[in-house]
Design a protein around this ligand. Sequence first.
Ligand code: FNR
Length: 191
Amino acid sequence: MPKLLAFCGSTRRQSFNQAILNVAVQGAEEAGAQVTVVSLADYAMPIFNQDEEAEQGIPERAQAFKELMVSHDGFLIASPEYNSSYPALLKNALDWASRAAEGEPMMQAYRGKTAGIMAASAGGLGGLRVLVALRMLLENVGVLVHPNQKAIAKVDTLLNERGEIDNEKTIKQLKKLGADTTKLCASIQAG
Ligand code: FNR
């Protein structure tokens, strides 16, 4: 059973991206994955600084988040598009996770892992451009990103009063993304 870690590039209350991530998580679970959902708000870490890293080591929360990534087989990541790319919050967490403490293998949070990526925006492109940037980043550090990705446009029109996705077609698409990521992860595990 693949173990997936699900996290979002926004910590906004009522985040659209958290809402789409929650649906993809359901799809992954229905396909047999064991999914851990975390908020980057619980892993607040300083902006990466190489001098501070050399002097003080990897901060506790950055190390904890990295270890969580290491202990999972793949990732479900939803991210807003900020000025055509990923938010600093997400990039910073991913940068810290790429750092090895003394004695740790390089890039163990990433190598051999799979990911499913998605974005949501009230705009007409749904944050499509962040997926280009995020896919490139993840592939460059050794993560196989599933070709199925979703950018949900005009997401503010697809929610119910609790802020959950309430549109049949969108739910189907996001669940499929979660299921597809699970299957890819399982097939890699099976060798
Ligand atoms: C945005 N937003 C935005 N939207 C978009 O579709 N393309 C973009 O390039 C940007 N750029 C951008 C920059 C910054 C600094 C902010 C704060 C916002 C709008 C963004 O999609 C919107 O705030 C979403 O609600 C953020 O996602 P969450 O927090 O709802 O998940």
